[in-house]
Design a protein around this ligand. Structure first.
Ligand code: FE2
Length: 289
């Protein structure tokens, strides 16, 4: 691993947004329900065409619905206050991106306010205020817990032929965390709260596509047990590894829709005096690279 210094950009802690849910469209809903059980989520049906997965006190964190394509359908980012909600919507409008507040969709997603717009990656973004917290505690069928709360539920990684990250930085106010240069393929990691990165963009990776989302287990033992369950279920899980930049120990696994999921544990968080670095390897060890 080689670490070279890079000028500090003065990131602070980002915009204070947090990723609270990921929406997926699929032709194979039953496989996703089974996959959710392997993950250790609470899985429930909503009608015939939707499966919801809960991983903390929130009403849901993964929304999987029947559709014509396999892929990422939408993502939900939460803010804490009405004024912050309005401020971010204003920034989106100033960037020339049409956006619309919907009381009907707010009811469906179980939040106080919700607005939608489409980002430059073609992903439907849902900006939400007060995503519902249930009084009954989350109980994983496998005794897992997930690191969520102020950190959000995890991260999203996109492959892109161009620089997608400027939208997240300039419009949504994400901060630059660090980058990895894999022999000319630059991966840019961005944060919006204390989580090391909530969005990463792998530039120069062919057509624009959704690469994976990540969830963080509470302990390394829970991660190991999840890897055991994934293998027992016949999933093509990668070896464990540790990433150079966020220091997370994790493995990767294809979801029923084909894109990946990263399951991790541990790692480090963004602090107020964060100084971005530049890496030439993505993994310190493992991950099969
Ligand atoms: Fe990842």
């Amino acid at each position: 691993m080689e670490i070279r210094p890079r000028p500090t950009v003065g990131t602070g802690l980002g915009s204070g947004l947090r990723l609270v849910y990921v929406g997926i469209t699929t032709k194979v809903l039953p496989q996703w329900a089974a996959f959710g059980d392997v993950l250790g989520a609470e899985v429930r049906r909503l009608g015939d065409a939707t499966v919801l997965m809960r991983i903390d006190e929130r009403t849901f964190s993964l929304w999987v619905e029947t559709g014509d394509v396999e892929g990422l359908g939408f993502v939900g980012f939460e803010v804490d206050t009405d004024s912050r909600f309005d401020e971010i919507l204003e920034r989106v409008k100033r960037a020339g991106i049409p956006c619309e507040e919907s009381t009907d969709l707010a009811l469906i997603r179980e939040c106080a306010r919700l607005a939608t717009f489409v980002d430059p990656a073609g992903v439907r973004q849902e900006l939400v205020l007060r995503h519902k917290v249930l009084s009954q505690p989350f109980v994983s069928p496998h005794g897992s817990n997930f690191v969520t709360g102020e950190f959000g539920i995890g991260h999203l990684v996109f492959g892109s032929p161009a620089d997608l990250s400027s939208f997240y930085r300039d419009v949504l106010g994400f901060g630059f965390t660090d980058s990895v240069d894999l022999q000319g393929r630059i991966i840019t990691f961005l944060h919006c709260n204390q989580r090391h990165h909530t969005v990463a963009v792998s530039q120069g990776e062919g057509d624009l596509h959704f690469n994976h989302f990540m969830l963080q287990l509470g302990t390394l033992d829970q991660l190991g047990r999840l890897l055991d369950r994934a293998k027992a279920a016949g999933m093509d899980a990668s070896p464990l590894g540790r990433h150079t930049n966020d220091r997370v120990i994790s493995f990767y696994c294809p979801t029923p829709s084909g894109f990946g999921v990263e399951l991790g544990s541990g790692g480090r968080s963004i602090t107020g005096d964060w100084k971005p670095q530049y890496y030439s390897e993505s993994s310190e060890w493992g991950h099969g690279h």
